[in-house]
Ligand binder design. Structure first.
Ligand code: NDP
Ligand code: MG
Length: 382
């Protein structure tokens, strides 16, 4: 059970919802971090009185220091300050809610400091899942998934002592805003179209990933790493209503699922209260008024990103770091209106073909692969 949290990425979608949960559960907040959102950070400092507030952007941090000079909160800037926020002694749980591979080193630092990790930052597990899970085992740090699908699976495997009893994990996928379209139709979709997710309000990067289905691809890898299962035991099924958050099929044929309204505060709260359950003030799921629950196979031709991720997962080594680095860069270019929607998967595929994969990688190999992938994407768009 959590008493004091630090949040990496407190101004984002997950970060803000974590603070809602912290307020409702009366948790103390030790550190909060963001990149450059000064005004939101000031409001959070005044409401939650953390000991430390970090803005990685140096100018933004200077501005924040002036604005909150009347408070007891210390302000730091730069990447290394994230490591300090991740390891403050008074926090028992660190919520990793930054977006992208930038979360990797702070997550490892929090693991070394034996914190409970409430893990939202899936890119970390995609790039360096084996390293992260091994470090958690070695240090005795708990990793509790916040991603709704992985939280659902985590809830469905409680009481399962032998992972050999699991036949497969079934990740549900909303299908995103372009569900049912052909690859050609999808290629005409704009940034505004891609940012309109049917069921969830999230940060821009994951919203685009949800439209390409790369999000589900990243989640397949995340599930493989969290539960140490091979690709052929992790399936994806389209479920437009986002009510069944994922399922576990056991070898005796029993299929366990976790259902709920699409509200990230439920998995966030569970990551705080596990192994207990807290009180949720929101209306619970009403089975009698919810729409019919439907399931369908994903279309890997219209949405090739899912298959690209599955191929990288099979290859292993630095393949997933290359996939992720290329995708982060391609999505950034799409959000800057510099490439089209289908260019995202094309750039990832081209980068995967160009950058050599290292087996059994060290942390340095992974960071290098990430950089190489990003450069390869930029070269491809010159
Ligand atoms: P947002 O874009 O809403 O928020 C990202 C946060 O990270 C912000 O606080 C942002 O600060 C900070 N940040 C961004 N870039 C950097 C950087 N270079 N250095 C330091 N801090 C940085 O993202 P989400 O909350 O949507 O997603 C966060 C993570 O959670 C992602 O990995 C995502 O895949 C995962 N996730 C999100 C879900 C959701 O519902 N949103 C669901 C499941 C998983 P600033 O505001 O200053 O830019
Ligand atoms: Mg998810």
């Amino acid at each position: 059970m959590t008493n004091t949290i630090s949040i990496l990425g407190s101004t984002g979608s997950i970060g803000r919802q974590t603070l809602d949960v912290a307020e409702q559960m009366d948790l103390r907040v030790a550190a909060i971090t963001a990149n450059s959102s000064v005004e939101r950070m000031e409001r959070q400092v005044r409401q939650f009185h953390p000991r430390l507030a970090v803005l990685t952007d140096v100018c933004a941090a200077k501005d924040l220091s002036v604005r909150i000079a009347d408070t007891d909160t210390r302000v730091l800037s730069g990447f290394d300050a994230l490591l300090e926020a991740a390891t403050l002694p008074e926090a028992d749980t660190v919520v990793t809610a930054v977006v992208g591979m930038v979360g990797l080193k702070p997550t490892l630092a929090a693991i070394e400091a034996k914190k409970r990790i409430a893990l939202a930052n899936k890119e970390t597990l995609v790039c360096a899942g084996e390293l992260v899970m091994d470090a958690a085992d070695r240090c005795g740090a708990e990793i509790i998934p916040v991603d709704s699908e992985h939280s659902a699976i985590f809830q469905c495997v409680q009481g399962c002592a032998d992972r050999g009893e699991i036949k497969r994990l079934i990740l549900t996928c909303s299908g995103g805003p372009f569900y049912g379209m052909s690859h050609e139709e999808v290629g005409k979709m704009t940034k505004a179209d891609a940012l309109r997710h049917p069921n969830w309000t999230m940060g821009p990067k994951i919203t685009v990933d949800s439209a390409t289905l790369m999000n589900k691809g990243l989640e397949v890898i995340e599930a493989m790493r969290l539960y140490r299962l091979p690709l052929d035991q992790v399936d994806v099924v389209i479920h437009r209503q986002s009510i069944v958050h994922s399922l576990v099929e056991y070898k005796d044929g029993a299929v366990l699922a976790q259902l709920g309204t699409p509200d990230m505060r439920l998995p966030i709260r569970y990551a705080m209260t596990y192994p207990e359950r807290g009180v949720n003030p929101a209306e619970p799921l009403d089975l009698l008024s919810c729409p019919p629950l439907t399931f369908a196979a994903p279309d890997r031709t219209a949405f090739p990103s899912l298959q690209l991720a599955e191929e990288a997962a099979t290859q292993g080594g630095t393949a997933c770091a290359i996939l992720n680095g290329a995708n982060e860069e391609a999505v950034r270019l799409f959000l800057e209106d510099r490439v089209g929607f289908n260019d995202i998967a094309d750039l990832v595929a081209r980068t995967r073909a160009q950058v050599a994969v290292t087996a059994q990688p060290s942390l340095e190999d992974i960071l290098e692969a990430d950089q190489e992938a990003r450069q390869s994407v930029l070269r491809g768009t010159l």
